[in-house]
Write a protein that binds this ligand. Sequence first.
Ligand code: C2E
Ligand code: CA
Ligand code: CA
Length: 265
Amino acid sequence: MQSQMPILGSQLASDIERGLTRDEFFFVFHPRLGCAEGQISGFELLMRWCHPIVGILEPSAFISFVADSEFAGTFTDLLLSRASDVLANWKAHGYCSLTLSVNMSSLELTRADLPQKLAAVLSARDIDARCLQIELTDVVEPARLDLLADAINAVRATGVLVALDDFGAGLTSFTLLHQLPVDIVKIDQSLLRDVPGNPESKRILEALVRMGQRLGKKIVLEGVETAAQFEWARSLPEIECQGYYISRPITDLALDQLVREIHAH
Ligand code: C2E
Ligand code: CA
Ligand code: CA
């Protein structure tokens, strides 16, 4: 990955406009693993920008600007179009057990036209909605939680699953688990950092996993970076994990090859 030189806000908008017309935005794919089975259960789409001067940019350099800009709708369309290409390709090859997840901010998720867009994209390619998951990357201020909950339910009514991303990062409140009707909770990588070495961190995480599961949520552990973390994660029932120990995010070419290999066995 090249250096993440910041681009000034005033130039960012015109750079993004050019980037969109010249197809500079692309996606890499991060595998998710079912821990008990040791099998890849799906992939997460992560956006990258191949900037002609600065090089490859990660989302932190531009995605929060996009969320609040005139480009927001175009980026959602780009994301859903890429996701539907991948899912249609998997379906054509009979790879129906894999799920694909995409990231959306609460601004994107609460747009009134999202459920219609999802339904249109899925039905145009005859894709099973349960193959697609949306990860909610941020949460609005508490006063608007009910609006967010309604938007999540509208998305889930299309059959698409919704995940709460980065749970436990910063000052996340437990009421989110109670108030947001999500199907999946992704536990933030910061909570895994001292595990399994630190007994207290381990106990907190075990309790969190158990609590999420008792609330009927699927649990994904993020940021599994070491063999010890992975071995510990495998001792927990029915969880999925993601992280550099399993794989770095991969390109679409590597994705095709990996998915073929998974289905050759
Ligand atoms: P995220 O959804 O929490 O994605 C995980 C981020 O952590 C990714 O960084 C991934 O490369 C990195 N990561 C995964 N496993 C490990 C690990 O074991 N160790 C460490 N140190 N890092 C790990 P990335 O690709 O830079 O994405 C950053 C964030 O940008 C994402 O966080 C997500 O919130 C957002 N994002 C990515 N793509 C999109 C998109 O298409 N739309 C929107 N709205 N947001 C996006
Ligand atoms: Ca995510
Ligand atoms: Ca995350």
